[in-house]
Ligand binder design. Structure first.
Ligand SMILES: [Zn+2]
Ligand SMILES: [Zn+2]
Length: 391
């Protein structure tokens, strides 16, 4: 089958890091990602199914990997070579369309009894991501044994497979995984009824976070910070009360909360900041605009960042990471995150965030488009496998 495959090549990874620092997405030209003809992954055993991807999204975490920017932290949590792609709608042998829940926790790995977290439906906190019947890998799309969405065939465990309702388009279904990340992030930030919430960043994650805040929490005010005009229009449409450019952030928070100004930061601030960027400058901004005792929910994937943490200490701010999804005890009623995500995608019309589709052989263009999505007026860029030959 044809697949985009990420090999283990340190020289290529180093080249990607240099290229990616020159221009986002350029790592795809010199790095370890290659279009190749490879064998389909084998079914690991009973309880596994073959899935033919139909659409597979390009995520920010994929782009960091391609540009050589992801942290060495991940080294023991991936296995090479791997086929990227964890935002996947595909079809089973019988033609049923499914969305893959990519986290490779204890159930998928045949670890029995499961770790404490997986026992509670929280594979996002699994402690066995490199153990059991499969090679290391946090998710489908980072594990050599499962394959990934940027190909025409992967294998998925029964526990990873969610049927897609007949009325839902492929474009909507491919948004379920990123929507689940956003839902998990906002529900994990604590009770938000009556709160002033700032959402920093208006790519896929930020826009899904705005929609999730509106649907599942009861904030008094949602302020969205967006760099580009298309993002601002979408943020307003998805339910942000106030939409501002990055340079207007502090003024908007001041106005919404009645904070006093203290030098170049605020004496008070937003109750909760949802950071959908994850860079040194975004975390510094979070700490400048969150109120004393407030919460910063970090949804965007950081790498090594250098930040002055004095404000976090003196203002007793909680910095809370948010990875993936699992079970939302804070939802009413408590439910699996993916069940909430199917609902949110349909109700908020998140299929409109899919801006462009590409066949596999135009992968360099696709990655360039995704890496520069905001500037080019796009949100989610996906691979379209529906026209690829199957073998
Ligand atoms: Zn992702
Ligand atoms: Zn586990």
């Amino acid at each position: 089958m044809r697949a985009l495959r990420f090999g283990h090549s340190l020289p290529r990874y180093a080249a990607a890091r240099v290229a990616g620092s020159l221009s986002p997405g350029l790592g795809a030209r010199v790095g370890p990602l290659k279009l190749a003809e490879i064998d389909e992954p084998e079914l690991p055993g009973p309880g596994w199914q073959r899935v033919r991807p139909r659409l597979a999204g390009i995520c920010g975490s994929d782009l960091s990997t391609i540009d050589g920017k992801s942290s060495r932290y991940f080294e023991p949590l991936v296995s090479f070579p791997f086929v990227p792609g964890h935002e996947v709608v595909g079809e089973l042998a019988g033609g049923e369309r499914v969305v893959i829940e990519p986290v490779l926790g204890c159930a998928v790995r045949g670890v029995d009894p499961p770790c404490g977290a997986c026992g509670q439906g929280r594979a996002d906190c699994c402690e066995r991501l490199a153990f059991g019947d499969l090679g290391a890998g946090m998710q489908t799309g980072y594990c050599s044994g499962t394959g990934g969405g940027w190909s025409t065939s992967l294998v998925a465990h029964d526990s990873q497979v969610h049927p897609v309702p007949e009325a839902m388009s492929d474009e909507a279904a491919v948004m379920v995984e990123p929507a689940a990340c956003a839902i998990h992030g906002v529900l994990g930030a604590g009770p938000l009824t009556g709160a002033t919430v700032l959402v920093l960043g208006a790519g896929t994650l930020g826009l899904c976070a705005v929609a999730a805040l509106r649907r599942y929490t009861g904030p008094a005010t949602v302020i969205a910070v967006a760099k580009y005009p298309e993002q601002r229009a979408l943020a307003a449409d998805l339910g942000a009360d106030v939409v501002v450019r990055p340079e207007e952030t502090r003024r908007a928070v001041r106005r919404a909360t009645g904070s006093l100004k203290l030098g170049d930061r605020l004496a008070g601030g937003a109750d909760v900041v949802v950071d959908c960027v994850g860079s040194a400058s975004s975390v510094a901004e979070d700490l400048a605009v969150v109120r004393p005792g407030g919460v910063v929910a970090l949804l965007g994937m950081p790498s090594v960042v250098s930040v002055d943490m004095t404000a976090l200490w003196q203002r007793q701010v909680t910095l809370r990471g948010s990875y993936a999804y699992g079970f939302e005890a804070a939802a009413d009623p408590p439910r699996r995150t993916f069940d909430l995500a199917f609902e949110l995608v349909a109700e908020a019309g998140l299929d409109r965030l899919v801006s462009a589709t590409y066949p596999l052989d135009r992968y360099r263009e696709a990655i360039d488009h995704a890496a520069n999505a905001g500037r080019r007026g796009a949100v989610k860029v996906v691979f379209d496998l529906r026209g690829e030959k199957r073998r």
